[in-house]
Design a protein around this ligand. Structure first.
Ligand SMILES: Cc1cc2nc3c(=O)[nH]c(=O)nc-3n(C[C@H](O)[C@H](O)[C@H](O)COP(=O)(O)OP(=O)(O)OC[C@H]3O[C@@H](n4cnc5c(N)ncnc54)[C@H](O)[C@@H]3O)c2cc1C
Length: 305
């Protein structure tokens, strides 16, 4: 049964949802953070680039965050999956997999993004240990090492100059015919970047550390790490279900304050951004929280005047 009407239901308890909870808790709002605890970075042992927390494990990050938010009694945590959301601005109803229901005036989706299944044999074994998606997160640990970049098309021409800031010993595997123009191939040749187009047969590794990328044509490429571009989908279908606009890349469309096209519904973090980093997600969470709080206070002010 639905209990008291919350000010805000936050769906998703990663850096975006947790930072939003902190800001809203300090603003004396009644908040529930509903989180099933399946973040995308669960595969990794260390998260980097978050000032004061460089190298922390994702689970320890969440533990500290919850401890800090625990100082604000109007915030509660619900370990559950939100399975449906209906309603309109001022009164949304959220139902969970375990049969709980919540009512809230505003809604914040901080549901992150999810990888589609990795379809290269051996990739799952090294993902998060020596195969990564973002050089800002994991490039430092692989600096000057021989790497394989799995990517194709125009994005190769973005990624090659980018990764060259960390190592100049890298090879590109397009895992099938490259979508490169003659000029792009020539540019890569000038920079002595080998390009292999044969499909990848497997990734050989030891204890999560990649050793070789083996191609269908028999080529074996020794390397110490990989960067690849995963296919992503929104962490939950709920934003779409309640009518939020979604971009072609699967992110929720938001304005500069994190508000979606559905009044009273906000989104923050990876789910609403192309920049997938914890500190950026946390910052978006803080921003959306301030916008929500401002709206709630203005509405109360008008009602009471
Ligand atoms: C391999 C890897 C390594 C990375 N390394 C770094 C790094 O070193 N540094 C860095 O800054 N970033 C790193 N990132 C990126 C970072 O993980 C994300 O940017 C960050 O976690 C985004 O935070 P978020 O709060 O938006 O989403 P998430 O952290 O993904 O949290 C979303 C939460 O919402 C929950 N959820 C989704 N749907 C529901 C639902 N219906 N009901 C309840 N809960 C739900 C999920 O289970 C999850 O717990 C890495 C990512 C990957 C994949």
């Amino acid at each position: 049964m639905e209990k008291q009407l919350l000010d805000v239901a936050i769906i998703g308890g990663g850096p975006a949802g947790l930072n939003a909870a902190l800001v809203l808790g300090r603003a004396r709002k009644n908040v529930a953070v509903i989180d099933e605890s399946r973040p995308r970075n669960a595969v990794t042992h260390e998260a980097h680039g978050f000032l004061t927390r460089d190298g922390i494990s994702p689970s320890e990050f969440r533990r500290i965050a919850k401890e800090e938010i625990g100082a604000y009694p109007s915030v509660s945590f619900v370990a559950d999956t939100a399975v449906s959301v209906v309603g309109t601005d001022g009164h949304f109803q959220i139902a969970t997999a375990q049969g709980k229901t919540f009512g809230s005036k505003k809604l914040l989706f901080a549901v992150g993004m999810k990888d589609r299944p990795l379809n290269i044999p051996g990739l799952a074994e090294v993902y998060g240990k020596s195969a990564f998606v973002c050089p800002y997160c994991d490039g430092w640990e692989l600096r000057d090492e021989p790497l394989v970049i799995i990517n194709k098309g125009a994005e190769v021409m973005h990624f090659a100059p980018l990764i060259s800031g960390w190592t100049n010993r890298f090879t590109i595997c397009t895992n099938g015919p490259a979508e490169l123009t003659d000029a792009q191939r020539e540019e890569l040749r000038r920079h002595r970047v080998p390009v292999f187009e044969s499909p990848i047969r497997s990734i050989d590794s030891n204890d999560g550390i990649v050793r070789h990328v083996v191609l269908e044509d028999g080529t074996t490429i020794p390397c110490m790490g990989l960067f690849f571009k995963p296919e992503l989908v929104t962490g939950s279908d709920l934003p779409r279900a309640i009518g939020c606009q979604i971009t072609d890349s699967g992110t929720v469309v938001v304005d500069e304050f994190g508000e979606t096209n559905v009044p009273g519904v906000y989104s923050a973090g990876d789910a609403a951004s192309r920049m997938h980093q914890s500190i950026a997600a946390a910052s978006m969470g803080a921003f959306a929280a301030a916008a929500i709080n401002n709206k709630l206070n203005m509405e109360a002010w008008k009602r009471n005047g």
